[in-house]
Write a new protein. Structure first.
Length: 269
């Protein structure tokens, strides 16, 4: 039976000690009529994160679900557990301190509904709290583009693609270093067709001390790399290749000529 109306999105939101910011993040997702549910995976927070989400869920008519983990497992495990609760055809990931702009999910759904061969769309990413000295650099735009293609909060994808990929890799390397989202998304980008929505409403991304985006920027600007990263990069690349091999074997969205395409939307007046 053909579906009626636009697709809906389940938003997975891993959270660890996010009581200060999570309400605004949840509300930014629920404000979109394309958001079916927000699945908050509380990764063993020690603050009031879970209690706050429970309070919000009681007034949200089933659009918020809280999943509590007994021990801190890291973002890859939290996202994979969230995936097991997803029922919508499309899935998005929003960190518990980031925010959707109005109409961001509408734009993403429009792109995926209108271009059925797209596996993923990436939305515009706008930094909050980034040092103005970075913003003023002549090489900022090039460096920020790397971040835009790396973080997870600006991604909406087809649930089946994530299942075909085996979810986020949970190797010990990523638990220690982070970067599981980079390994996964590199594999999908190198295997499937990806759309960008960089001229449409997107995501406000909060810069935190030591976050992956800041590390990427400092690497691009100053050549700073964590000690021992070279050996870890080889291991991470091997994980990416395994995901690519799996997608090539199993996914109907894998393409012999993977590409990244700019999506231009026409909005109804």
């Amino acid at each position: 039976m053909p579906k009626s109306g636009p697709s809906l999105v389940d938003v997975i939101m891993p959270a660890h000690n996010a009581a200060i910011t999570i309400e605004a993040s949840i509300r930014s997702a629920l404000a979109s009529p394309r958001c079916r549910r927000v699945l908050v995976v509380d990764d063993a927070s020690s603050d009031q994160t879970a209690a706050l989400v429970e309070s919000l869920a009681a007034r949200a008519d089933g659009r918020i679900e809280l999943i509590r983990l007994p021990a801190n497992s890291g973002p890859a495990r939290a996202r994979n557990i969230g995936l097991s609760y997803v029922e919508a055809d499309l899935v998005a990931f929003l960190d518990a301190d980031d925010l959707y702009e109005h109409e961001a999910l509408t734009a993403a759904v429009g792109a995926l509904d209108g271009m059925p061969d797209l596996a993923v769309v990436r939305m515009a990413l706008k930094p909050i709290g980034l040092d103005r000295a970075y913003l003023a650099r002549p090489d900022f735009e090039a460096a920020w583009t790397l971040v835009t293609f790396t973080v997870q909060s600006n991604v909406v994808m087809r649930r089946q693609v994530l299942i075909d990929a085996g979810g986020f890799p949970e190797d010990e390397l990523f638990r220690r270093r982070g970067g599981e989202d980079v390994a996964l998304m590199q594999a999908i980008t190198r295997t499937c067709r990806i759309g960008t929505l960089f001229t449409e409403p997107g995501v406000f991304y909060r810069i935190r001390p030591g976050c992956g985006a800041l590390k990427l920027l400092r690497s691009a600007f100053f050549g700073e790399l964590p000690p021992g990263i070279e050996a870890d990069l080889a291991e991470a690349d091997a994980v990416t290749q395994k995901i690519m091999d799996r997608l090539t074997r199993t996914s109907s969205f894998a393409r012999p000529d993977p590409s990244v395409v700019e999506v231009l939307l026409t909005w109804a007046s």
